[in-house]
Design a protein around this ligand. Structure first.
Ligand code: T4K
Length: 369
């Protein structure tokens, strides 16, 4: 029996010959970084593809979070979710900001806007929600609370490349949004990321901040960082952008097959497509109700692992349980009952553009009893 390893994801890679042609060009030009021509081209092409005004490229998806907080001068306390990759809260910590965890809505695994108000204090200056798995948060509900209390909203949209609500990019909501272009993401530049901003003035400010704060050869206007992307990764990104639509469609087909296979399985739930939303199928989380399914999440997780199917428990354990954060008042388990439950139930099944029908069949056979 075919028992090859099936990983949770697999990177979308550009054609090597095409990349080689671009590498030759870079080698000839000897311009390899610092806002080169491929860097400029990728920022422009991404803005068009994503239907957003301005894209600022970064070397990963964590630096744009850190930089957005700097650019908007966020201080004090920020309301955020414990149900995410740890980079979300770390970006606050690196800015000397206290994360205040609020529980999630089980229907989208994003911040529950109904629970935000109770966590606001005089020190609260912003909200940092996450479009977890690329599923849109309740963006209207979150904005309503933000407007009422004069708070900034920075979306960690690391998973939400290309997601739209009624034809509008999800990256347009809030004050700023960030993306990750890590190898494990729908669209990747090996390592990489971006900050999406709304006007040219802010784009300029971010460009200063990601280049040590330099506004010219001899002037430094802010304590900036080095977040610049080199020409090799920009070229790679240009080529990947040409095939990402096809890759998302392949993922869509995998999601359809999973849903067909898992429909009606007692004790297993999953997300359907939401009306009006263009999804990117970046992850396929399933949630195990141990009592009804007759097996705990971990029992199923290790059972499929033993058969070389490497799902992942994103996002277990919760950020609020890590040593850096567990002493915070908002980290108490009774404050986050939904997040704790979901983190105990989730397995992200393998999801990528190269999964074959046979792979999906093999995975389903292990889960459907
Ligand atoms: N905000 C959110 C909500 C995020 O999810 C993330 C990152 C960030 C912010 C920060 O963005 P970055 O600074 O990372 O750009 C991965 C990624 O490293 C991380 O980017 C991602 N989120 C997180 C959810 O997952 P791991 O530790 O699960 O990756 P790893 O190395 O175990 O890889 C998983 C599987 O992917 C492997 O079993 C096989 C496949 N893979 C992976 C790599 C790296 C490949 O086939 N090739 C590869 O090169 O963290």
């Amino acid at each position: 029996m075919d028992n090859h390893q099936i990983t949770v994801t697999s990177p979308l890679l550009p054609d090597l010959d095409e990349l080689n042609e671009m590498l030759k060009d870079i080698w000839n030009s000897k311009w390899v970084t610092n806002n080169g021509k491929y860097h400029k081209q990728l920022e422009k092409e991404l803005a068009d593809y994503l239907k957003v005004p301005y894209v600022c490229l970064f070397t990963n998806g964590t630096l744009p979070l850190i930089t957005a907080l700097q650019a908007l001068r966020v201080i004090g306390e920020v309301i955020t979710t414990p149900y995410s990759f740890v980079a979300t809260s770390h970006s606050l910590w690196w800015n000397g900001i206290k994360p205040v965890f609020v529980d999630i809505d089980p229907n989208n695994c994003g911040l529950d806007p109904g629970k935000i108000e109770a966590a606001i204090t005089p020190k609260t200056t912003a909200i940092m929600p996450v479009h977890c798995y690329g599923k849109p948060c309740d963006v209207e509900g979150i904005q309503e609370v933000a407007d009422k209390y004069g708070l900034k909203v920075i979306y960690d949209a690391a998973h939400a490349f290309g997601v739209e609500i009624n034809g509008k990019s999800i990256l347009e909501y809030g004050d700023m949004s960030t993306l990750s272009f890590h190898a494990t993401k729908v669209y990747n530049t090996l390592e990489g990321g971006a900050l999406i901003v709304k006007n040219e003035k802010m784009k300029q400010r971010i460009d200063y901040l990601k280049n040590f704060g330099f506004s010219g050869e001899t002037e430094v206007v802010a304590p900036g960082i080095n977040g610049k992307v080199d020409e090799v990764r920009a070229a790679y990104g240009i080529l990947n952008l040409r095939q990402v639509g096809k890759a998302i469609e392949a993922r869509h087909q995998v999601a359809i097959r999973y849903r067909e296979g898992l429909c009606g399985v007692e004790g297993i739930s999953f997300f359907d497509d939401a009306p009006g939303v263009k999804h990117n199928y970046s992850y396929f989380p399933i949630f195990i109700d141990a009592e009804k399914y007759g097996m705990t999440r971990d029992e199923l997780y290790f059972k499929i692992r033993k058969q070389n199917v490497l799902g992942r428990r994103y996002f277990y354990p919760l950020i609020s349980t890590f040593s850096t954060y567990r002493g915070l008042e908002s980290s108490k388990q009774e404050n986050l009952p939904v997040a704790h439950r979901v983190a105990e139930q989730v397995i992200c099944l393998p999801m990528h553009h190269e999964l074959s029908d046979g792979d999906v069949g093999r995975i389903l056979k292990l889960i459907v009893k």
